[in-house]
Write a protein that binds this ligand. Structure first.
Ligand code: ADP
Ligand code: MG
Length: 615
């Protein structure tokens, strides 16, 4: 048999290696920032366009590279950081594999400008898919600038696999935050599509955290300090009363490198035991220093996992020092009764006056007189209202006129299929809808009975309404007398900026959206001003928790999130009109049978099934 094994050409090997190092634009950001830090830079600038899909550029004032080094830096296993295998056990630099630049150059258009301090002129190299296109002498400041353009240009499958700009930018900001928090003494600036997202001057740890996460963070931090022979801990934990439902602000740095460790996370959580409200997560920014010989960071190519020699001691030390700090700063458990959202009134009813129940007694009632009219007067019988009665569920909505249009349009589209399910609406037929357990609406239909889950049904209705607004016709916005000012972290603001256009279509009006401030001067008619911050927080956390494998559509995610936040909840009692309104709106939907999260909105029970139960 002929020989069939061949050595892969370099550019193919590099592309394969690239798959391990570069998963998404954020991986490039991480590698370039770390190289700049290893080069001793004191000031680093990150410039990103289109969430890194078009451009990622890092400019540093570090030590730069000689002509030969500049060329060599793109070779695989080319590194200045280790010279022997022994060095692997005593690492003080971020990089050491010599793989990043070679990998990046294999799958993008890369432009490098670099100059060491003592040289008069620098080097300018252009590489496209591992091919050196040009190498020239250039006048450039001391330090290095690497621009990575058109990432994955030669691997369309990878490029198509990238998520929306919102998601990719979130990953980039995550990396940027991790690196900038690990190095408060380095100045960092970040631009996205021409606007400055972060400007972090040289500072101390606390100031850096505040600069990254916004002014209000300062009052939330409790310092943690501990020094032993094996471990030095410094940093901060968030006061328990500020704990949030999103898991966002949890950072471990080991020897100034961000790491993930569920084991150490457990240690911190153990220290917080009994102090956190259900469903909330402690935030922490903890800097650990250990002997580089006692850890192995070589176990993962992207280097966020780490192996400690003596995990148990670390665990115990970490837990006790966090606990000590929480105690010392007098953080007593906050007695706070969990707010039960199911007890909220639906958005438009809060301002309605409560009506005292009226008991009408029909003194002329004669049980022996067979008169249909009598039961009508008792106040518990309702005429089947015409379809338009559903508008009453959205008090205030119809006055704006617009959204009911959206519904009638939806209704038209489904009219043909749905109405036959109900018995002919007949003015003389008495009311057929009632609610059980504040949860289900029961309705009689031709074939038997219909049980509707009110919360899921309303989610479906709102979901289609928001989708309609975002994609087809803008909703009318309700002007607020006093604009709402809110504070979010820069990261959250970046997420909101990316969602802004679509949110505006639903009726939100942002009078300010920059730095760490949001000001809202208009809201969708279906949203109460008091709920706005909760709605936006949920939306941000939904974007953050978006399952990576799901096909991601921003519009869909917004519509889902708003519908989830705003739908009437289980436990909410509904008047008959509201029930009918909901039922009618549900069956006017394009897909009435499932909730936005693919759960059944109703079930039916046939008369035959009921008959069987009586057998
Ligand atoms: P590693 O960081 O693992 O050594 P890289 O591929 O990231 O591998 O970089 C290869 C080499 O290029 C580095 O070892 C370093 O000598 C040089 N280099 C990369 N980026 C810079 C930079 N911003 N400034 C100076 N030298 C750099
Ligand atoms: Mg590197």
């Amino acid at each position: 048999m002929a020989d069939i094994i061949q050595l892969l050409p370099d550019h193919v090997a590099n592309q394969i290696a690239a798959g391990e190092v570069v998963q998404r634009p954020a991986s490039v950001v991480k590698e370039l920032l770390e190289n700049a830090i290893d080069a001793g830079a004191t000031s680093i600038k990150l410039i990103v366009k289109d969430a890194g899909k078009t451009l990622i550029q890092v400019i540093d004032n570090g030590k730069g590279m000689s002509v030969t080094d500049a060329r060599l830096s793109f070779e695989r296993h080319a590194t200045s950081k280790i010279t022997s295998a022994d060095d692997l056990f005593n690492l003080t630099t971020k990089g050491f594999r010599g793989e990043a630049l070679a990998s990046i150059a294999a799958i993008a258009h890369v432009e490098l400008k670099t100059k060491p301090e003592l040289d008069d002129v620098g080097t300018h190299i252009k590489i496209e898919g591992s091919d050196v296109v040009s190498q020239e002498v250039i006048a450039t400041p001391t330090g290095t600038s690497i621009a990575v353009k058109n990432l994955f240009f030669n691997i369309p499958a990878r490029r198509n696999f990238l998520k929306s700009n919102t998601v990719e930018l979130r990953h980039i900001i995550d990396e940027f935050n991790r690196v900038s928090l690990a190095h408060p003494i380095i100045t960092f600036v970040m631009f996205h599509n021409g606007s400055e997202l972060f400007n972090l001057p040289e500072s101390n740890m606390r100031q850096r955290i505040v600069n990254v996460f916004g002014g209000k963070t300062n009052e939330k931090l409790v310092p943690v300090e501990e020094s032993t022979e094996v471990l030095k801990i410094s940093g901060f934990v968030g006061k328990p009363e500020f704990a949030r439902k999103t898991r966002g602000e949890q950072f471990f740095f080991v020897n100034n490198r961000f790491i993930k460790s569920s084991y150490l996370n457990h240690a911190v959580n153990a220290a917080f035991e009994g102090l956190l409200r259900d469903g909330t997560h402690a935030s922490y920014f903890l800097y650990l220093e250990v002997d580089p010989k006692s850890i192995d960071i070589n176990i993962h190519p992207t280097k966020t996992e780490i192996k400690f020699d003596d995990e148990h001691t670390l665990y115990a030390l970490l837990r006790s020092s966090v606990k000590h700090s929480l105690g010392q700063f007098n953080i007593a458990p906050v007695l706070d009764f969990e707010h039960n959202s199911s007890m909220d009134t639906p958005y438009n009813y809060k301002h309605k006056e409560a009506n005292n129940p009226v008991i009408e007694v029909d003194r002329s009632f004669n049980p022996f007189k067979n008169d249909k009219e009598t039961s009508r007067k008792s106040g518990v019988t309702f005429k089947k209202e015409p379809v338009s009665s559903w508008e009453s569920l959205y008090v205030g909505l119809e006055s704006k006129g617009n959204s009911s249009d959206a519904f009638s349009q939806l209704q038209l589209e489904s009219d043909e299929e749905m109405p036959s399910m109900f018995e002919k609406a007949n003015d003389e037929v008495t009311q057929k809808t009632f609610q059980i357990h504040g949860k289900y609406i029961v309705n009689t239909i031709k074939s038997g009975m219909l049980f509707i889950d009110q919360q899921r049904a309303h989610q479906r209705v709102l979901y289609e309404q928001f989708l309609q607004h975002i994609t087809v016709k803008e909703a009318v916005s309700q002007q607020l007398l006093f604009p709402l000012a809110m504070e979010f972290s820069t990261m959250e603001i970046a997420i909101l900026l990316n969602l802004k256009e679509q949110l505006e279509q639903t009726g939100f009006v942002f009078s300010k959206l920059e730095g760490d401030e949001v000001e809202i001067s208009g809201v969708p008619v279906s949203v109460e001003a008091s709920k706005v911050s909760q709605v936006l927080e949920t939306l941000i956390s939904d974007v953050e928790n978006e399952v990576p494998d799901n096909h991601f559509s921003q519009t869909d995610l917004i519509a889902k999130s708003l519908a989830k936040s705003l739908a009437i909840k289980t436990g909410q009692s509904l008047s008959v009109q509201e029930q009918e309104h909901l039922v009618n709106s549900l069956f006017a939907c394009k897909e009435p049978s499932i909730s936005p999260t693919n759960r059944a909105t109703f079930i039916t029970m046939k008369v035959e099934d009921i008959d069987k139960k009586f057998n």
